[in-house]
Ligand binder design. Structure first.
Ligand code: CA2
Length: 145
């Protein structure tokens, strides 16, 4: 059976492609998922995608993923800068996790410069626009392929 990669998106990322295209680009989550799925399937992986605006639900998704997926790409959105609970959930899974930020969080407001998540992930990509999701998917394929 094909190994599965899971893409998780946090709060407000359901609005991608609808607002603030200057910061977050023109692609929707559906577009991003389709691009990453094509890449994954070319390497005989399957790919699923989930989005939630709720911290506890994101934690449930991560805990559930432990049993069924081989790697996670996550954009935790603003919870990156606030959530110790999300960090604890990520550090409790023993599959590789790659953090993605569409924008360069270090070139933005000071409160975005620190991510609680970055210290507990395999790698972090930021400031590459929505292409970052494909780079992260590619990295997971190398790590778990
Ligand atoms: O750059 C990123 O990917 C962020 O994770 C996006 C978060 C932000 O809080 C982080 O600091 C950096 C915000 C996501 C909001 O997404 C929107 C998308 C379209 C329109 C409005 C918001």
């Amino acid at each position: 059976m094909a190994k599965t990669i899971l893409i998780i998106n946090g709060p407000n990322l359901n609005l991608l492609g609808e607002r603030e295209p200057d910061v977050y680009g023109h692609k929707t989550l559906t577009d991003i998922e389709a691009e990453c799925r094509t890449l994954a399937e070319e390497h005989n992986f399957s790919l699923t995608s989930k989005q939630s605006n709720h911290e506890g639900e994101l934690i449930d998704i991560i805990q559930e993923a432990r049993k069924s997926v081989s790697g996670i790409v996550i954009n935790p959105g603003a919870y990156s800068h606030t959530s110790v609970a999300l960090r604890d959930a990520i550090s409790s899974v023993d599959i590789p996790v790659i953090e993605v930020h569409i924008s360069n969080i270090h070139a933005r407001e000071a409160f975005r410069h620190h991510s609680f998540i970055s210290a507990v992930v395999e790698g972090m990509i930021c400031g590459c626009g929505t292409d970052g999701y494909q780079y992260a998917t590619k990295r997971l394929i190398s790590l778990i392929g």
